[in-house]
Design a protein around this ligand. Structure first.
Ligand SMILES: N[C@@H](CCC(=O)N[C@@H](CS)C(=O)NCC(=O)O)C(=O)O
Length: 231
């Protein structure tokens, strides 16, 4: 049987790709990961060839194409039910699915303004209220989960799960933009950052030779850069 392939975008910038990759690693699936450089002419052509939506992550497995992070989570959960993508208890599963769905469809301020740029450090002061209220909501999700599952481990549902895969890019954004966190949410963010699979992704991001400029009115510009390898 052919090895599954997970197509991802630039690791430094593509938060949805990071989620897909962390989920695939958590599931135990044997897969190969292929990076498609976003916003290049060559990348656009490849994206359209491999993903019906033209977006990544897209998992090619068993003759299927699964082109959305939530659908990838559910598919992998069905294939590998013991991997712990969703918590074992029904209440925990419902809560985990709620917070991942909320992440998937919401937080448009954070997603639009604090875009993932993993290797960068650009602390921002005076965030507008709309962003501060989204950050407060994320902290309240993290605190609530940590209060419920503190006895079972350091992550949202105790053990590392699909919910942590969904929030790991948020941890990276908070580091890049210097978002100050308190108590339980800071400890949670620190625990996520040092996870080996998060660090692997960050190292790979630091080794990428592309820089994206979102500020250009004509669309995102890509520049080739010297690789620093710094995380
Ligand atoms: N809802 C999708 C979102 C995927 C998405 O927006 N991916 C971005 C990269 S982070 C993409 O492929 N962009 C390519 C483009 O817009 O050309 C998911 O959850 O997987």
């Amino acid at each position: 049987m052919r090895l599954a392939v997970l197509y991802v975008g630039n690791r430094n910038y593509s938060s949805w790709s990071m989620r897909g990759s962390l989920l695939a690693r958590l599931s135990g699936l044997e897969f190969q990961e292929e990076v498609i450089p976003l916003y290049t002419a060559e990348g656009r052509e490849r994206l359209l060839a491999i993903s019906p939506s033209g977006r990544v992550p897209c998992l090619h497995i068993e003759g299927l194409r699964i082109w959305d992070s939530l659908a990838i989570a559910e598919f992998l959960h069905e294939r590998f039910p013991a991997a712990g993508i969703w918590p074992a208890d029904p209440a925990g599963r419902a809560l985990a699915r709620c917070i991942c769905a909320e992440m998937h469809s919401g937080f448009t301020g954070i997603r639009g303004t604090l875009s993932m740029d993993m290797r960068a450090s650009r602390p921002k002061t005076d965030l507008p209220e709309v962003l501060r209220s989204e950050i407060r909501r994320i902290e309240s999700i993290w605190r609530d989960c940590r209060e419920r599952y503190a006895a079972q481990g350091d992550f949202l549902f105790g053990a590392w799960s699909g919910a942590d895969c969904f929030f790991a890019p948020v941890v990276s954004r908070f580091r890049t933009y210097g978002v100050e966190l308190n108590g339980a949410s800071r400890r949670y963010a620190d625990a996520v950052w040092v996870r080996p699979e998060v660090q692997d992704w960050a190292q790979a991001a630091a080794a990428e030779p592309w820089e994206l400029d979102y500020s250009h009115p004509g669309g995102v510009r890509v520049r080739e850069i010297a690789v620093t390898g710094r995380v």
